[in-house]
Design a binder for this molecule. Structure first.
Ligand SMILES: Cc1ncc(COP(=O)(O)O)c(C=O)c1O
Length: 377
């Protein structure tokens, strides 16, 4: 349902948007309910606005009384289920509190002064920043023209000090998916002593068939490869903190020194139900795809350029100052992300921003503010 509401500009953003003269603009109201109580609409952190399976909630509630025990049974059960799903032995699976810890573990295990990690410009920064903090270097390969991976450029960055090649597929913040044939050929061609890290946090939301696109089957062909997944995105369990990796036990041995312990038993219970409820996941994926293509078509109408999105977000060029756009959105109850620009001069993407895919109502609110700002600019 749409009503009319005034667009709010705070003092800070008012200064920034001198070009936008009218302070009272009519836009559609925010029909969407906040994702957290008393919080703005969060289109900034790629959280799942469609919700996790109710079966996970039921199962967690039914298991609360076991909370007094160091209960590993559920995690072990989850590992067996995931091993079957990934078609690997159980010692190929490592579960953690979200997939973020796996990115950190790899960085901590391999970073040292003189060592480097090779990745692409405009990628997810959790691993590479930790690598840098620990004294290592980051070598950024140029993007392709479509803001995707250029594997030849990546290959040319690899040298005798490279310890990890990190690929996020689809990439964050650009949302661009790598060509699966090119990606797999590249993974297999990296010198065997280098760890290839493929972060597939958003892969189930891609338009391309998951089974064709995932690199996890390659872990049986290449020892030095790790593929990570999370229950935070497509499955919608971000707050419960659970993710996992698929790799040879040899890779686990190396990163295991930095293991901080298993996810909680409740998160494991939720994840078990989430994996079993394939219908719910399919529904979520459908929601993502349909809202994503809706926003793209609205961007097309507005003449807004964007990178081809295959994840839970869209990276777009509004032509407006990124900070001003974020401020005005925030003042009107919507958080979006400027997204960190890694490996390129910040000025190159200062008119770009990243918006997470929310419900259609949430996206309509966002689009309404955006189009108003663009018209007034
Ligand atoms: C590409 C990518 N990888 C990994 C993560 C880590 O997520 P989590 O720790 O919730 O699994 C994120 C979070 O936004 C992400 O965008």
């Amino acid at each position: 349902m749409k009503t009319t509401q005034r667009l709010v500009f705070g003092r800070k953003s008012s200064r920034l948007i001198a070009a936008v003269s009218a302070l009272a603009l009519s836009v559609s109201a925010f029909a969407a309910k906040p994702t957290l109580e008393n919080s703005p609409t969060r289109l900034s952190s790629n959280e799942n606005a469609f919700g996790f399976t109710p079966k996970a909630k039921e199962a967690m509630i039914a298991s609360l009384d076991s909370g007094g025990y160091y209960n590993r049974n559920n995690v072990n059960e989850l590992v067996s289920i995931l091993a079957e799903k990934e078609n690997v032995p159980t010692d190929y699976i490592l579960t953690t509190a979200g997939s973020g810890p796996l990115l950190m573990m790899a960085a901590l295990a391999y970073a040292e002064p003189g060592a480097n990690v090779v990745t692409s410009q405009m990628g997810y920064t959790q691993l590479v920043r930790k690598f840098e903090q620990r004294g290592g270097d980051v070598k950024y390969a140029a993007l392709s023209d479509e803001m995707g991976y250029d594997f030849e450029a990546m290959r040319s960055e690899i040298d005798e000090n490279t310890k990890i090649v990190y690929i996020c597929n689809p990439n964050n913040p650009t949302g661009v998916l790598a060509d699966s044939v090119e990606l797999k050929q590249f993974v297999m061609s990296v010198p065997p002593e280098i760890l290839v890290f493929v972060d597939e946090a958003y892969l189930e939301l891609s338009d391309v068939n998951f089974a064709l696109a995932t690199c996890s089957p390659l872990v049986k062909l290449r020892e030095n490869l790790i593929v990570t997944r999370t229950f935070s995105k497509g499955y919608g369990l971000a707050g419960f903190r659970i993710g996992y990796s698929v790799s040879s036990p040899e890779v686990i041995d190396v990163i295991d020194d930095f293991y901080m312990g298993p996810p909680s038993y409740l998160a494991a219970i939720a994840a078990i139900e989430a994996v079993k409820d394939t219908e719910h996941l399919a529904m979520n994926i459908e929601n993502y795809k349909s809202v994503r293509s809706y926003v793209c078509s609205e961007f097309d109408k507005l003449g807004i350029e964007y990178a081809k999105p295959d994840g839970a977000f869209i990276y777009f060029r509004s032509g407006l100052d990124q900070q001003m756009l974020r401020d005005v959105m925030k003042e009107n109850g919507i958080l979006i992300s400027g997204s960190r620009v890694s490996g390129v001069p910040a000025e190159r993407f200062e008119k770009w921003a990243r918006v997470s895919i929310g419900t259609k109502e949430q996206m309509d609110s966002f689009l309404s503010i955006l189009s108003t700002l663009i018209q007034k600019a």
